[in-house]
Design a protein around this ligand. Structure first.
Ligand code: GDG
Length: 488
């Protein structure tokens, strides 16, 4: 590891950001009504998460109505209210949910069955038929609220796995306008999807959407073929889209990779860093910085990442004085059993690394399970030589794009990226790794740390093109273009 300490420390101030060019807007006839379980309301504190982050930016940019859960649970269905909040051009329509259904809907079915199965982990699914009834009841509550406000010219844009039944329920409620779904998480292979006892009921509901946007071509193919396979239908490829004719319906499944607000994250670097970041930079004292930012979720590959980092240090314990990995891992869905288990597993490996490699004067691992302020994350990313983004399955992974966006193009860091992140489909100039291969991941860390400047610059320039191409404004315009094409 002689090379490591000999390399110059790459902590540099990123170059001044360039604002993204203004894009032509897709004109919609009526209003845009976005619907998601959670809403990033201006008055509230948003928990870390890619969907709220992305949708918030998209709606702020063009205006519209955002329907989502108010955060309030009520004791009877009759007490459910819909509150309206205005902020600039966005109306937040906040729906209370019925307490007795909420747990079955959210922890039980959405996060206990759909999340693990869609991430290829049917072994972690905990199925209870009553949870599906609760899931449908909450989807119906959303459908009733949206049906009350939707006009015939409006465009309804539903988000994610919590609301898969909404297209069908809106049609049942008499809504005839365009309804699209964007699925932020991967869609699994047919055999995995069919492990859900209600797979056919869900498939029949999915075909009621006009268009379904997904993160990658692989997801689009999986979804269209799965739907067609379940109903003995057909799939045709039309350009990048897959069109399924099945259950007497026609649904278009389109890869629409999501991105980030590039100018927005770069603007965070114009605000001086907090004293914590300044102290952190000072404390590095020539050590190289690696960063990871992942909700504490089994899909994010945290045990695999820490295991590989442990191996990297074990191969040459002197590395523990040359590098520091800052892993931000805010606890997420802490009351779901599989998450508790992942947390214990991750904490055990982190404890093992700390125990084996921390000296009286330095530690190679900063492991944080509390959420960190967004500006701090941006500054830490900008000051890190390497980002480790190693999910075992991920719809896209915005962290990979955020890291690239805040690098100094003259002296950029290196992105180590799991080949199982949706981001890997286009970000092929990252160091792509299989996170289950501990040796390969440990080697990728070393290769990233010793990559020559010329190669770092070339890879970064290519990655930055991908990040700009999928900027959040472009993504939302591309989604809305798909939706408006349905009406044409
Ligand atoms: C879902 C899909 C898809 C993380 N920790 C903190 C924090 N974060 C921010 C990150 C990033 C976001 O949360 C996480 O986005 P990801 O894309 O990585 O992952 P998910 O939350 O699983 O998002 C995913 C996404 O939806 C969008 O479609 O990419 O595949 O699973 O922005 O920076 N933010 C703050 N403190 C933290 O501690 N402030």
């Amino acid at each position: 590891m002689a090379g490591l300490s000999a390399l110059s420390n790459t902590i540099t101030r990123p170059e001044p950001p360039q604002d993204a060019p203004v894009l032509p807007r897709v004109e919609l006839d009526g209003r845009l009504i976005a619907v998601s379980n959670r809403v990033a309301r201006p008055s509230g504190t948003t928990s870390p998460g890619g969907l709220a982050q992305a949708l918030g930016e998209a709606l702020k940019a063009r205006g519209g109505t955002w329907v989502g859960w108010s955060g309030q649970l009520v004791a009877s269905r009759e007490a459910v209210e819909l509150d309206l909040e205005m902020d600039d051009d966005v109306v937040y329509a906040l729906l209370d949910l019925f307490d007795a259904d909420f747990q079955g809907y959210y922890e039980g079915y959405a996060n206990g069955v759909l999340w693990p199965i869609f991430h290829g982990r049917p072994d972690l699914s905990v199925h209870d038929a009553a949870d599906f009834e609760a899931y449908k009841a909450i989807n119906r509550a959303f459908a009733e609220a949206v049906a009350r406000m939707a006009g015939p010219e409006d465009t309804i844009w539903v988000h994610d796995y919590q609301l898969l039944m909404l297209g069908e329920m809106l049609r049942e409620a008499g809504v005839s306008t365009t309804i699209g779904l964007f699925l932020h998480i991967p869609f699994p292979y047919n055999d995995v999807f069919r492990t859900i006892p209600e797979a056919e009921e869900i498939a029949r509901a999915l075909v009621k959407f006009d268009t379904i946007g997904v993160q990658t071509t692989r997801d689009a193919r999986n979804l269209a073929e799965c739907l067609a396979g379940m109903g003995e239908g057909t799939v045709h490829r039309r350009g990048k889209a897959f069109e399924a004719h099945v259950f007497g319906e026609h649904v278009r499944v389109v890869p629409l990779p999501i991105g980030i607000d590039v100018a927005g994250i770069q603007r965070l670097l114009r605000v001086p860093p907090s004293s914590d970041v300044v102290d952190f930079s000072r404390g590095l004292a020539g050590r190289r910085s690696l960063i990871g930012v992942d909700r504490l979720d089994y899909s994010k590959g945290l045990p695999q990442k820490l295991q590989a980092f442990h191996q990297f240090l074990t191969e040459d314990p002197s590395r523990a004085r040359d590098v520091v990995l800052t892993q931000i891992a805010p606890i997420s869905r802490g009351s779901v059993k599989a998450y508790e288990k992942t947390r214990r597993e991750v904490e055990a490996i982190a404890g093992c690394i700390a125990g084996m490699f921390t000296s009286l004067t330095c530690s190679p691992l900063n492991f944080l399970t509390r959420p960190v302020e967004r500006g701090t994350i941006a500054h830490l990313m900008a000051r890190s030589d390497v980002a480790l983004v190693t999910p075992i399955a991920d719809g896209m992974n915005l962290v990979a794009k955020e890291y690239v966006a805040v690098q100094n193009p003259r002296n950029p860091g290196v992105l180590v990226l799991s080949e199982f992140a949706g981001a890997a489909e286009a970000m092929t100039d990252a160091l792509l790794v299989n996170p289950h291969d501990t040796d390969a991941l440990s080697e990728a860390i070393e290769r990233a740390l010793s990559m020559p400047l010329g190669e770092r610059r070339d890879r970064h320039a290519a990655l930055m093109d991908v990040v700009r191409d999928t900027d959040i404004a472009r993504w939302s315009e591309a989604c809305l273009a798909e939706l408006s094409a349905v009406k044409a």
